[in-house]
Design a protein around this ligand. Structure first.
Ligand SMILES: NC(=O)c1ccc[n+]([C@@H]2O[C@H](COP(=O)([O-])OP(=O)(O)OC[C@H]3O[C@@H](n4cnc5c(N)ncnc54)[C@H](O)[C@@H]3O)[C@@H](O)[C@H]2O)c1
Length: 310
């Protein structure tokens, strides 16, 4: 079975491609390498360096059974700085992927939304229904949700939307303007530098390990109960940013002395996923945070050794 992954050079896309290959799928991938790195793409992927906004990508979708659409502009700070490009990539680019899938007769599209849809929610854990995005990034993900539902209604395209919370694990990027909190902390502490905390450190985040996310990805390909639905993909537990720093510091045997900077605009104070709906299909996030963190640390240590992290 042929599967296409957009954003294949990124964190989740490259992990997903590895898992798909190991499960025997034929995998092709699209990425314009704006954020992702070519060396992240696993051997065996039929890779095309293309932009999802390009209307000529349609032939790459021919003969594909399932599309995972993960490519996006996804750093909240970068999106706040450039709402126009955010809309071009996350909204128009996503619609272009839906359109290419429809024209090529793709059986199913599974695509990335985000916990940013719940930025203004005061319900914890947050169910899929309490949609209140505030940042340009969150709004762009909600706009693509409306397009997804219209593609189902008008063209019968089968679509599943995945609202990831904070996914972490090996290959999580560390080179964007403000890297995700876990890899940022691990790198600083391994380098014996002072980690940066935006705000007081009391913000709470629901972290989910990338292998657990991939378990759900595989279910989505096969299980028709996922068609036409949105799913929260988190662990259903959260930790404060300071708590995560302390956990990583303990694992590395160091005493952290963080630099506190101003809170970032557009970021929620708390994220906590209500994962009842995904669980009802038999999915369970299985990886304890210490196990996931150990693997993330090992990956970054290795990357530093070979000089890929300066
Ligand atoms: N990582 C998380 O915790 C998280 C949380 C919520 C939602 N998401 C969503 O999941 C998806 C994957 O996230 P990730 O963490 O792997 O991000 P990532 O930045 O590591 O990967 C995204 C990839 O998309 C590519 N890309 C960007 N613009 C493109 C374009 N115009 N054309 C082609 N490729 C383009 C980038 O080069 C990158 O390789 C994104 O849609 C993101 O918004 C991620």
């Amino acid at each position: 079975m042929k599967v296409l992954v957009t954003g294949v050079a990124g964190f989740i896309g490259s992990n997903l491609a590895s898992r798909l290959l190991s499960e025997g799928y034929e995998v092709s991938g699209i990425d314009n390498l704006a954020y992702g790195l070519k060396e992240n793409i696993p051997e065996g992927v039929d890779f095309h360096c293309q932009d999802i906004r390009d209307k000529n990508i349609y032939p790459l979708f021919k003969g594909i059974d399932t599309v995972f659409h993960l490519a996006a502009k996804n750093c909240i700070a970068d999106c706040q700085a450039d709402p126009v490009e955010t809309a071009e990539i996350n909204v128009a680019g996503t619609v272009n992927v839906f359109e290419a899938s429809r024209r090529a007769g793709v059986r199913k599209v599974i695509y990335a939304e985000s916990a940013a849809l719940y930025e203004g929610s005061a319900i914890f854990p947050t169910p899929e229904t309490d949609v209140k995005p505030e940042s340009f990034y969150g709004i762009s993900k909600l706009a693509s949700d409306y397009f997804a539902r219209a593609y189902e209604t008008f063209y019968g395209l089968r679509i599943t939307a995945l609202r990831y919370f904070c996914v972490y694990g090996p290959v999580q990027d560390y080179w964007r303007t403000i890297p995700p909190v876990m890899s940022a902390f691990i790198i600083k502490l391994l380098k014996r530098e002072r980690p940066i905390i935006y705000g007081g450190g009391e913000k709470r985040r629901d972290f989910v390990y990338v292998d657990d996310v991939n378990d759900f990805h595989l279910m989505c390909i096969r299980d028709p109960r996922t068609d036409g639905k949105e799913f929260n993909i988190g662990s259903g537990m959260n930790y404060s940013v300071r708590g995560i720093l302390d956990k990583i510091s303990k694992m590395l045997g160091v005493d952290p002395d963080p630099i506190h900077k101003d809170d970032l605009p557009g970021e929620a104070q708390v994220t906590l996923a209500d994962i009842t709906q995904a669980r009802s299909l038999g999915w369970e996030p299985k990886t304890p945070i210490e196990v996931g963190l150990r693997k993330a640390i090992e990956y970054i240590r290795q990357e530093m050794k070979v000089g890929r992290i300066p």
